[in-house]
Design a protein around this ligand. Structure first.
Ligand code: SAH
Length: 262
């Protein structure tokens, strides 16, 4: 089994620029099919009119914004968060449109097309930049992940590929899910996506461990936490794609609602 990489490893060795290689659309990267899958579901979720409100907190945003492109149409305020300061800096570079910021334009273009707003890329980027009000430090292992800050409970909580990266075992995942769901209002939505069956992923030359997740476990742990699944989508990996950077077997996309059964 791959050695567990925790917070200190992320702080010392998670290179945002190397990680962002996964998000270069149109260059035949491993991430492309998966990215299209989640972007379609984000679009559907956030344009449905059901998942909306004042505030969305994104947990473990890393250096990425793709997960927020549709959400900024349905929330007045987005708070991005991550464990490492280097990810904060990378995100802020994009937010301030500084030289050297990652070029999200192929992804933005794809989302605009999905939303039926072809050609409105500049407006979309401006809207997202305006909606992300803060980039904050968070640690999913703390009972208040935003400690020392106390945030008002949010209308929506998003998180992609974070808990499986941050947690050593299924029990730690269980606790972390409980910790983050404390940031959510009752009746608020949790939009969770990530990898199934993944034990590691490469970020440049560095190997990071990942907690192997299965659909049954996710269903069980969400219901234990009092979060009721409204949608559970899975995309299995195309076996024909040979790539050594990550051993995931599929992707999941979940929309769930806190404390309100359907
Ligand atoms: N959400 C992004 C990044 C996922 S990579 C995406 O969808 O691509 C995993 C992220 O989890 C990294 O940015 C890492 O810094 C963050 N992370 C690792 N341990 C964490 C912890 N204990 N609390 C919060 N975030 C953590």
């Amino acid at each position: 089994m791959a050695e567990f990489t925790g917070g200190d490893d992320y702080q010392a060795e998670f290179d945002p620029k190397a990680y962002l290689e996964y998000y270069k659309l149109g260059e035949g990267t491993l991430g492309e099919e998966n990215l299209n899958f989640v972007l379609k579901h984000y679009c559907k979720t956030f344009t449905s009119g059901v998942v909306k409100g004042d505030t969305l907190i994104d947990i473990g945003s890393g250096p990425t914004i793709y997960q927020l492109l549709s959400a900024c149409e349905s929330f007045k305020e987005i708070i991005a968060t991550d464990y490492t300061y280097r990810n904060h800096l990378e995100l802020e570079k994009w937010l301030k449109n500084e030289p050297g910021a990652f070029d999200w334009s192929p992804v933005v273009k794809y989302v605009c097309e999905l939303e039926g707003n072809r050609g409105k890329e500049a407006e979309k980027e401006a809207k997202l930049r305006k909606t992300i009000k803060q980039v904050l430090k968070c640690d999913v292992h703390k009972s208040n992940p935003m400690d020392p800050l106390i945030l008002p409970p949010a209308d929506c909580l998003g998180s992609s590929l974070c808990l499986e990266a941050a947690c050593k075992d299924l029990n730690a995942y269980r606790v972390a899910l409980k910790n983050i769901s404390s940031l959510l209002k009752p009746g608020g939505h949790l939009v969770l996506s990530g990898d199934l069956g993944c034990s590691f992923y490469m970020v440049g030359p560095k190997r990071f461990s990942c907690l192997v997740l299965r659909e049954e476990f996710l269903r069980e742990v969400l219901s234990e936490t009092g979060v009721f699944i409204q949608e559970f989508e899975v995309l299995y990996r195309d076996d024909k794609i040979i790539d050594d950077s990550c051993d995931f077997s599929g992707m999941y996309f979940i929309v769930a609602c806190k404390g309100k059964a359907i």
